[in-house]
Structures are given as C-alpha cells and as structure tokens.
Write a protein that binds this ligand. Sequence first.
Ligand code: F6P
Length: 500
Amino acid sequence: MSDFATLRSHARRLESTPIARLLEEDPDRARLLALRVGPLYASFARQRYDAPALDALHALAQARDFAGAMRRLLDGEQVNPTEGRAALHSALRGDGSQAPYARECSAQARQARERMGELVRQVVDSGVTDVVSVGIGGSDLGPRLVVDALAEPGATPRVHFLSNVDGNAARRVLAGLDPAKTAAILISKTFGTQETLLNGRIVREWLGDDGRVYGVSANVERAAAFGIAPERILPMWDWVGGRYSLWSAVGFPIALAIGMERFGELLAGAAELDAHAGSAAPRENLAVMHALTALWNRNALGLATQAVLPYDERLKLLPNYLQQLVMESLGKSVRLDGAPVGEETVPVWWGGPGTDTQHSFFQALHQGTQVVPADFIGVVRSEDGYDDNHRALLANLLAQTEALANGQASDDPHRAYPGNRPSTLLLLDALTPHSLGMLIALYEHSVYLQSVAWGINAFDQFGVELGKQVANRLLPALEGGEGAQDPVTRALLDEIRARG
Ligand code: F6P
C-alpha cells in the first residue's frame, strides 16, 4: 500500500470518531498535540488524526526524507531543478548553514542589506512623507502584509502599494499625495513584468524629472535602462524566489515603514524558525507537523479547500499573502520527473480576518456540506489599549475553534451543528517583527515539506506564463491591430471595440 493509501485507510478507520471523542479518549491530547517554539504556540489537538494515524504521517515524512530535504534547502542545493536553482530565502535572514554556497549567498545578502540601510537613511533624511511601492505578486504581497501588520498607524513615511495594472489603482494610490514629498520604489525581480513597468512609468511621470525613484531587481541592467540611477538600485538574485523574497531588498518598503532595526528582528525571527525546522525532531518540529496536517486534510480526508483566519486586524492580509505562497508553490500536477503526481495537491486557500468573517462566511464553515479545515491565528497580548475588545476577540477565537470541533446536537435539524470540523490554532505571544518572521517562515517551510511529500517543485511557476503570453498577443488587437485567432476572443474583441 502506498503511504497515501495508508493514510486514507486511517481516515476510514476514524470516520466515525469525531474530534470530540478523540479528546474524550485521551485526556492528555490537548497537551500532547501542542508545540511551542519561542513566541509561537501551536495546537493540533483539533485535527482529526489519532496516534496511529500520526505514526503513519511521520512514516511518510521519514520515507520522503523530510530531514534531508530541509538540509538540502538550507544548504542551497538545487531544490528548484526545473530552473536549475537553489531557493535560499533562509540565507537572506541568517547564516545557519555551513555549506559554502549558502554562506556566500548570506554574505551577498548582508552586503545588500547594508546598502539598503543607507538608502533607508537617504529617503528618511530627504523628508519624504510618502513612499509608493510598485510591484506585483512576490514583489508586493510580502512587503504589503508586513507593512500593514507592523507599521505604527500614522508614522511616516507612509508606505503605499501599487500592484494592479488597472489604472484605477494608480489613480487611487496617487490621489492626495504630493510628488515633492513622495519617493517611489519599483520592485521587480525580472524587471520585465508588464504591470510593474506600466505602473512604474505612471509614477515616474507623476513624480517629474527630479523624482526620487528607487529600484530593486535581479536584473540591474534593465532597472538602469528604465532610468533608475544605479546607486538607487538594490540587488536580488536568482537563488531567491519572488514569493520568498520579502527578506531581501524586496523588503525595502518594510524597512522604510518600520526601520532597519525592526526589519532585522523580522529576519531574526525567521532565522529562528529556520534553525528549528532544520534541526528539531519530527514530532517536535512545527514545520513538519504543520505540513503533515495539511497532507492529512488534503490526501487522507480529501478536503478541497483550506481557510486561514487571522484573529488580528493587523494580519488581515495574511490570507492574500498565503494564497500566493501556497498556491503558486504547490499548484502543480506533475512531479519533478514530469510524471503525474497521482495525488491531489494544493487545496484552494482562502480566508479573512476574524471576527468580521464570522458574520460573512462562517455559516458555511459550521453548517455547510463541505468541511473546511482552518488555521486560526491569534495574538495573546495586544498593545492596542482596548482591553475589552481584545478579550472579546480572544473569546471569539476560542469559541469558534471549539464550536467547529464539538458542534451541538439539536432535535431541530436547522439548529444542529455537526461539528468535527478540524482546525489548527497558532497563537503568537504578541505581534512583533520577530514573531511575524517566525510565522511566515513556518508557512514557507510547511509548503516546502508538502512539496517534498508530493515530489513536486515548490519553486517554479510555469503555470502563470501562458496567460501572460496570450495577453501580449492580444494587446495589439486592443490597440486597433490584428484580431485574435480564437472565435470567442474575436467576438469579445468586436464587442469591446463596438462599445469602447
Ligand atoms: O505572477 C508570476 C510572477 O512571476 C510571480 O512569481 C512573481 O512574484 C511576480 O510575477 C512578479 O515578478 P517580478 O518580481 O519579476 O516582477
């Protein structure tokens, strides 16, 4: 029997054993299925596995050599073979590896960070009040999340993000800003991304000839050809994946919003998680447990979606960020050797902040026909100064995980709660740069270990290319040139031209 078939046989065995019973049967379950790493506490007690099922999951981890895979990642081996690259995001935030290549990359990252510190000082000293960060995908979502999470409300410079090619995005971001007091950062690993180049031109023109424009790219020549002064361009490298890059100079907007010192604390938190994921025994390893839980829900229970529910307003962008991290990394159907995976891979990730979402989609989580496993994320200490609100927030967080798991019987089917809806609870002692760095790095490593279990490449994203190619082919048609081949697109173009 394959490892995954074994997992499914455990799931069948447990079909009529709800979470509430698992908790009754093992009074120690809450303690046994909890892990603490620094300021991060995780409870897996409300997942639908028992000890034998967990043994099977750990057997899978061993068979797929999770420990060796972590070492290969951290040492900078070519874990991205389809592009012939390492994925050394860990080298951006620490130098835990002894491997020469990883150390060399750490040194490059340190140098770039020093330059970034100088540019941060330059921008701050220039008295700008606002910064517009132009980028998309991995060149946007990470900095956007961290700035939203950690920037002090009202602090300057205020950092704004411009990603969508829709000109309405540029209009909205620039409205109310003063070009004389605004700087722009164009972030693009390739410096060939349509959205960023078009928005970059808008912002450059809006700033005027003396505008302060900075760049971050692995293609420094292209950034310079765009007109950015070389001394204002920060490097990145092909050994960093876009969606894993917020720790590099892609984090320039973060450093501007929270300062270099706190940016360093973010990196240190991620480095702590790197060290943990690379060395902790499997059963104490948060990244391993998180990855195995994801595999259990997807492949043993067959659950097609996964919710992420941060109970902290400052983490409201986490679902958006994780959608790229998880789905661009794991949205694959073939293994490294090109053969079909043979198992379902990534579920659809979605979510939003509690308590808002309790009043939108939680009805479906409690009583819908689809079971949706959820990651709940909470913060124990909040420094917002509104203690009553914070207690209410935590009460709601605890209540939802309990109610989803335990349900409630009723003679009235409309008022019955089936329960047995699994969740993981991740609790941060406080939301600091350090704990946020750990949380994000946890997801990065969980994603990687899931890819190892499925034998897929977490670090390429060829699936996004076809749409870009077709869009480039269609652009001339919208500019009045040659029409399209596809009959539906042709009809749509006729419609657009007639109404435009
Ligand atoms: O959408 C595909 C993608 O290649 C992402 O992987 C990447 O983060 C994003 O585009 C932006 O790319 P770049 O940083 O090269 O502009």
